[in-house]
Design a protein. Structure first.
Length: 280
């Protein structure tokens, strides 16, 4: 009987288990998640702030709009008016051109990021990174970026954790859009305090001049996709993007797995005229 079961499993292998819930099975081996986890994804609903990617004036998840492809959402929102910026980005535009995230930082996404960063579950980076890669392709980033750069950890923190979660997430993103990964062109030159618990001003002071470009030739004139796990106030990505731009990068866009509600704190639905838009 056991041999027969082995034979059946060999001829008709079961799809692998979902690494997120460890219960459901993937429909295809290339799928990042099982159907149940994908259905429970805490989605972001248009309109999104053109710069930081935070939902502006719209409820998240559970609405029919949230289940539509983002490009279709954007087309429908476009019929109602022009691009929108949150209040923070209007008053203090970030140096990166735009940021986009897969989901809101809650539910199983939040738990998965915690497992990836603090419980040593590095294997979660592959399905989560593939999820980011799907968004990168949906956003047509292969047309607008030429190099993928993960946000680096300080060497001390890297040694403690054993891996840089942003680099692990960036690998499947780079593969999805067919662009090279440059994990060594941006370096943290000094240790910084953990950002958790710091207000926005403290976060920016904490990160000021924290990054350095190690090889200006690889950055100069390039359109860079900066990859990180979570966008909160945007302080980390602002400082990293500023460093890359000062080294000669042509443009920086940001892709994260999740965005927190704080990213668009104080946001109000504001149409942005041509003269209000800030370009980098």
């Amino acid at each position: 009987m056991r041999l027969a079961r082995v034979g059946v499993d060999w001829l008709y292998p079961q799809p692998p288990l979902c690494l997120i819930c460890r219960d459901g099975r993937l429909s295809w081996r290339s799928d990042p998640l099982c159907a149940a986890c994908l259905d429970a994804l805490p989605r972001l609903v248009e309109p999104l702030c053109e710069r930081c990617g935070q939902p502006v004036g719209a409820k998240e998840a559970g609405e029919e709009l949230g289940r539509m492809p983002r490009l279709l959402q954007r087309a429908l929102i476009g019929l109602l008016g022009g691009p929108v910026h949150c209040q923070r980005c209007r008053l203090d535009p970030p140096p990166f051109r735009r940021a986009r995230a897969v989901a809101s930082y809650r539910g199983w996404i939040r738990a998965a990021i915690h497992r990836l960063k603090y419980r040593g579950e590095a294997e979660l980076a592959l399905p989560l990174g593939r999820l980011m890669g799907l968004l990168a392709r949906e956003e047509l980033l292969f047309l607008t970026v030429s190099l993928v750069v993960p946000v680096p950890l300080h060497p001390d923190r890297l040694a403690s954790r054993g891996y840089n979660q942003s680099e692990l997430l960036a690998r499947p993103v780079a593969a999805a859009i067919g662009r090279p990964l440059a994990a060594d062109v941006l370096r943290r030159r000094r240790p910084t305090l953990p950002q958790v618990g710091l207000d926005e001003a403290a976060r920016r002071r904490n990160l000021k001049k924290a990054f350095v470009v190690t090889d200006g030739k690889r950055v100069r004139g390039r359109r860079i996709l900066l990859v990180d796990d979570v966008l909160t106030t945007g302080a980390t990505c602002r400082e990293a993007a500023r460093t890359l731009l000062e080294a000669g990068a042509r443009r920086v866009e940001v892709l994260t797995l999740a965005v927190t509600p704080e990213a668009g704190a104080g946001a109000g639905l504001s149409e942005v005229s041509t003269k209000d838009r800030v370009r980098t």
